[in-house]
Design a protein around this ligand. Structure first.
Ligand SMILES: Cc1cc2nc3c(=O)[nH]c(=O)nc-3n(C[C@H](O)[C@H](O)[C@H](O)COP(=O)(O)OP(=O)(O)OC[C@H]3O[C@@H](n4cnc5c(N)ncnc54)[C@H](O)[C@@H]3O)c2cc1C
Ligand SMILES: *[C@@H]1O[C@H](CO)[C@@H](O)[C@H](O)[C@H]1NC(C)=O
Ligand SMILES: *[C@@H]1O[C@H](CO)[C@@H](O)[C@H](O)[C@H]1NC(C)=O
Ligand SMILES: *[C@@H]1O[C@H](CO)[C@@H](O)[C@H](O)[C@H]1NC(C)=O
Ligand SMILES: *[C@@H]1O[C@H](CO)[C@@H](O)[C@H](O)[C@H]1NC(C)=O
Ligand SMILES: *[C@@H]1O[C@H](CO)[C@@H](O)[C@H](O)[C@H]1NC(C)=O
Ligand SMILES: *[C@@H]1O[C@H](CO)[C@@H](O)[C@H](O)[C@H]1NC(C)=O
Ligand SMILES: *[C@@H]1O[C@H](CO)[C@@H](O)[C@H](O)[C@H]1NC(C)=O
Ligand SMILES: *[C@@H]1O[C@H](CO)[C@@H](O)[C@H](O)[C@H]1NC(C)=O
Length: 641
């Protein structure tokens, strides 16, 4: 129903257009990528008066319904004009890889097919992995859950870099700078109220006023927090505990929470798009642009340009890019015979790469920064031999349980939605336009912290989300159009404390339009402990559901299936969409990519600011940590300017 919404409808308002990008060809800073890493950084630097050229491969669609309406996030993440479709390998072991029910093939006639027994002649592609490719990056496609990681994950950066400024307690200021909190009373020193990313939460009534869902949450609280039969009021109180409160031990309290979302008080998605658009739109009294930000959309960066400093050291001086729509192979509109227009832009001060954890290592390698053997194999002249580029890729494993109740979960807020794309005929859209109702909600209303016997410390090592009347079963082509029955209930366990930094992003060729080969190498390291942690989490969830009772139970359990072991099922059905680590931060050039000031080892004038710098996946949801490091990078760059 809601999935059918047309995404071409504009919300009124003026479309924000990219400025003419050849007015000047030299800027103080050139930033590649407008996601949570690069987007806010570009806007921040421009607001300080520096001229900034922001290169974004995708177009500018931020005022379209698909990007604005939180309830349409899934559809948006498969939209051909706003997202890229990668296919990744979970396993090198082909037998194991093809046990995944969503392993995808391309058929001879060009269409995609997923499943266990492919038709003859089908070409294996791998597992579909969406990424945002539009102004705002993956913060446009994502599920908007914004939660800071456990302090241990930042302290780990301080540890591996020896840089105290990365201690969690020294980072709180960056969170309050970027946050514009709408769900707590203004004035708390622990939150920001005039930043550029708005935060809000789901409507607690959509839990508390749904008897079946409430009963499940009550069971979850009893079994997770040892509170017997919590009342509706207690459930509300417990769920309203704030996962982004500053307490250093906040991950040490297993229990049920609502997660903060990057959604504003009118229930619109809040993302780097808003900040970039506002920065472009502000004018001085004579009507000219107030801030020297230039946004170049439909621009695919292909290579960093270097000079040297006279002593033989490379210095980043600019970026080559090609202009055109759908120029990257991961774009569903890709046509190899359509050529882009080549351009070069120069940077007086610095080049900053923020293409995200798949594209940043690709751009560096295309520019001659990466493992020598790989570059030479593709005929790319070596600028810096940097083995860590494209290595140490890692992700949060996710594994769901999925079941059907005897009756529909009552009072679904989505029951009235028609998905017609027209407020006249879709009451949910009409409500959303007024700032309330189902379309303003994040898809996962229930969150839970759970500590398994495998946790490395006192923190929860799983963050679990769930909902009644819906299913999240990972990504596969067309996932956003699947209709789940109103009797569905799912929980998905997200594994924190990553033990497997063994993924890789490797070039297939020196062609910048071709997607790299991405291997996540699931469970290559730490397999027994990680599988055991997930299994313990799934058992806990099954046990919560088990006591729900009539009229909901007995449940028809779809996942995990009864006929194979839980461990094998976890291997067969783990998925992920939070990549990080492919240009990790560290001290040594031999094992890391950037230093603790975001500078690429061995080059001057070049930094990386995005999810690829994390030496360990930050918590269970990376976007908050990525906004935070973007803000830290802004201060670091200012101090050096
Ligand atoms: C479907 C989905 C759901 C998610 N849900 C959540 C969630 O609920 N909570 C959470 O914390 N995280 C979530 N994430 C992850 C989160 O959105 C990302 O971790 C975050 O956006 C990463 O920010 P980034 O700046 O590193 O990269 P991105 O956001 O990916 O931004 C990179 C940008 O660079 C552009 N780019 C790339 N290469 C080039 C090039 N060569 N030239 C020009 N431009 C280029 C891309 O078009 C893109 O706009 C989700 C991700 C997806 C895909
Ligand atoms: C920008 O470049 C295009 C083609 O390269 C040219 O036609 C156009 O006049 C230029 N615009 C400006 C403002 O220089
Ligand atoms: C590959 O995976 C299959 C299925 O899990 C397993 O039975 C087999 O032992 C694996 N092979 C190797 C070499 O690990
Ligand atoms: C391609 O072939 C498959 C399997 O025969 C079929 O289901 C599908 O409709 C075909 N697609 C197109 C675009 O013809
Ligand atoms: C990093 O952690 C290790 C052990 O966990 C410890 O021995 C070491 O002193 C720490 N280093 C720094 C710089 O904090
Ligand atoms: C407009 O005002 C700004 C200062 O606010 C000035 O820098 C700029 O040159 C002015 N532009 C024009 C066209 O007068
Ligand atoms: C790709 O582009 C070429 C050149 O413009 C065109 O002739 C061809 O029809 C396009 N192919 C597709 C599948 O659109
Ligand atoms: C919250 O949910 C209740 C119904 O349970 C509804 O009346 C109210 O309008 C909702 N508020 C918002 C902001 O969606
Ligand atoms: C569910 O409850 C039944 C009956 O009490 C019990 O036999 C079964 O083991 C339970 N299952 C789980 C997963 O807890």
């Amino acid at each position: 129903m809601k999935k059918a919404i047309k995404y071409t409808i504009l919300l009124g308002g003026l479309a924000v257009s990219a400025k003419c990008n050849n007015v000047s060809s030299e800027y103080d800073y050139v930033v590649v990528g407008s996601g949570p890493g690069g987007g806010p950084l570009a806007a921040n630097l421009a607001r300080e008066g520096y001229s900034v050229f922001l290169i974004e491969a995708g177009g500018n669609h931020g005022d379209e319904l698909l990007q604005q309406v939180p309830g349409l996030a899934d559809v948006n993440s498969e939209d051909p004009e706003m997202s890229w479709q990668f296919f990744v390998s979970h396993y090198q072991n082909e037998t194991q890889a093809r046990r995944d029910r969503y392993f995808t093939y391309r058929l001879a006639n060009g269409s995609l097919w997923y499943g266990i027994d492919p038709p003859e002649g089908a070409t294996p592609l791998g597992i579909y992995y969406p990424r945002g490719a539009t102004v705002g990056g993956s913060a446009i496609s994502n599920a908007m859950n914004v939660v800071l990681p456990p302090p241990a994950d930042f302290n780990y950066i301080a540890n591996v870099t020896g840089d105290e400024s990365w201690q969690a307690e020294n980072l709180a200021q960056y969170f309050t700078e970027f946050e514009r909190n709408t769900y707590t009373e203004p004035g708390s020193v622990d939150h920001g109220y005039d930043g550029f990313i708005s935060t809000n939460r789901n409507n607690i009534s959509y839990i508390a006023d749904r008897p079946g869902v409430l009963r499940v949450v009550q069971n979850a609280i009893s079994q997770t927090e040892n509170i017997e039969s919590p009342s509706q009021e207690e459930v509300i109180q417990l769920m309203e505990r704030d996962l982004n409160r500053p307490d250093a031990d906040r991950y040490e309290h297993p229990g049920v929470y609502q997660i903060p979302l990057h959604i504003d008080e009118n229930r619109r998605r809040s993302s780097p798009w808003n900040y970039i658009s506002d920065t472009l739109a502000e004018t001085s009294s004579n009507g000219s642009a107030l801030y020297p930000l230039t946004l170049s959309t439909h621009s695919l960066a292909t290579k960093i340009v270097f000079t040297n400093d006279g002593k033989g050291n490379p210095v980043a001086k600019g970026v080559e890019y090609i202009v055109g729509e759908g120029l990257y192979e991961a774009d569903r509109r890709y046509n190899a015979s359509v050529q882009g227009t080549k351009r070069v832009v120069k940077a007086r001060k610095e080049v900053i790469i923020s293409g995200g954890a798949f594209n940043t290592p690709q751009i560096l390698k295309l520019s001659g920064i990466g493992p020598r053997n790989e570059l030479e194999e593709h005929g790319i002249p070596v600028v810096v031999d940097l083995p860590a580029v494209g290595e140490y890729l890692q992700d949060n494993y996710e594994v769901p349980i999925n079941m059907r109740s005897q009756i529909p979960w009552e009072n679904s807020p989505f029951a009235e939605c028609t998905g017609s794309g027209d407020a006249e005929t879709d009451p949910c859209l009409a409500q959303w336009e007024e700032g309330y109702g189902a379309y303003g909600e994040g898809a996962a209303p229930i969150f839970m912290l759970y500590r398994t016997g495998q946790s490395d410390n006192n923190d929860a090592d799983l963050i679990i989300f769930g909902a009644g009347g819906a299913v999240f079963d990972g990504h596969y082509p067309g996932f956003s159009t699947v209709q789940w029955p109103p009797t569905s209930f799912f929980w998905t366990a997200v594994k924190m404390q990553n033990r497997n930094p063994t993924g890789t992003v490797r070039l297939r060729s020196s062609n910048p339009r071709e997607v790299p080969e991405i291997n996540l190498n699931f469970y290559k390291e730490g397999r027994d402990a990680d599988v055991a942690a997930l299994a313990e989490g799934l058992e806990h969830l099954l046990s919560i559901m088990n006591v729900t009772g009539e009229p909901y139970a007995p449940f028809d359990i779809i996942d995990p299936p009864a006929e194979i072991s839980l461990e094998q099922h976890i291997l067969d059905h783990s998925f992920s969409h939070h990549v990080s680590g492919s240009c990790r931060m560290g001290r040594e050039k031999s094992t890391s990519c950037v230093d603790s000031n975001f500078k690429v080892h061995g080059v001057d004038g070049l930094r990386v600011v995005d999810g690829s710098i994390f030496p360990r996946a930050p918590g269970g949801f990376p976007v908050g940590a990525t906004f935070l490091i973007s803000q830290k990078a802004f201060h670091t760059i200012l101090a050096d300017a």
